[in-house]
Design a protein around this ligand. Structure first.
Ligand code: NAP
Length: 271
């Protein structure tokens, strides 16, 4: 076994596949002829996706309903994926959500669940499948981080913190397995046209969504970056220019500009 050059016949596990980036990645994997296990909480969405993926060309598609804030979910999902795929060749750690608003006002339990889903479940899933990938010298993991992980993001600080963790962790493990044919890629999207902001509970979306990227372009960039064994992928020219320009500015100034830009955002509907 060697490096991944195409997704045909590969066993792929996609989290957060009931909408947005995860669903689109699953669709593109299906079109490429992969065997796919998808997971999320919404059973009806997953059942419809299972059918759609087979119609699109997936060699096999199977849905596992699970809540990734449950500490036992990762093991349950990997057991089901192994049963259907033999083993996982490609893990897409995509599930995630945001708890926006000031740190002091954000609901603590929801914030803790966000850390569990965005960080802990990704770490658990990767830890369960990576040793097998390295033994087979074949496999890849795509961790969906965010451009929010590159700098302070007042009013969505804990969310940005989860993405900063994913980014640094993903880059680090990428280096640890670099001598093998296994690769780890962090996908860092900017604002993307998904249900993300609705799920977070933002009331007015106009300004936030003005520069959003289409979800198919983001998914395509991630899957292409994985095959190219990239350490990080930032989809969209504007997002790349934004991140590049920040390199020449002190972090304190970037944080202050973020505060000015994000301060006008409405508080979320949820308490
Ligand atoms: N949209 C953006 O602007 C943007 C930008 C940068 C990064 N991202 C990242 O991209 C990833 C995908 O988000 P998206 O934009 O596609 O948003 P989305 O449309 O809201 O999709 C989020 C997915 O995560 C799943 N999920 C949420 N909580 C879960 C839980 N407790 N257990 C299992 N699955 C759970 C959801 O499924 P269920 O609700 O059915 O469980 C859904 O499938 C996230 O990690 C997000 O942080 C998004």
């Amino acid at each position: 076994m060697t490096r991944i050059t195409s997704y045909r016949d590969l066993g792929c596990l996609v989290t957060g596949a009931s909408s947005g980036i995860g669903r689109e990645i699953a669709r593109q994997l299906a079109q490429a002829g992969a065997r796919i296990v998808v997971t999320a909480r919404r059973e009806d969405r997953l059942a419809a996706l299972e059918v759609e993926l087979k119609e699109l060309g997936a060699k096999d598609a199977f849905a596992v309903v699970a809540d990734l804030s449950d500490p036992g979910a990762a093991e349950q999902i990997v057991r089901a994926a192994d049963a259907h795929l033999g083993h996982v060749d490609v893990l897409i750690n995509n599930a995630g959500f945001a708890v926006p608003g000031t740190f002091m006002r954000a609901d603590l339990e929801r914030t803790a669940r966000m850390i569990e889903v965005n960080i802990t479940s990704s770490v658990r899933l990767a830890r369960l499948v990576l040793p097998g990938m390295v033994t087979r010298n074949h496999g890849a993991i795509l961790n969906v981080a965010s451009i929010a992980g590159f700098q302070a993001a007042p009013y969505q600080g804990t969310y940005a913190g989860t993405k900063a963790f994913l980014l640094v962790w993903s880059d680090s493990v990428h280096q640890e397995v670099k001598h093998t044919d296994v690769s780890i890629t962090a996908l860092c999207p900017g604002v993307t046209d998904t249900e993300f902001f609705e799920a977070a509970g933002y009331r007015r979306l106009g300004r936030i969504l003005k520069h959003r990227m289409p979800v198919d372009a983001v998914a395509k960039a991630g899957l292409r970056g994985l095959v190219k064994r990239k350490m990080e992928v930032v989809p969209g020219f504007k997002n790349r220019v934004l991140l590049f320009s920040q390199r020449f500015v002190p972090r304190t100034l970037v944080a202050a500009v973020s505060r000015r830009m994000l301060a006008g955002r409405p508080e979320p509907q949820r308490p």
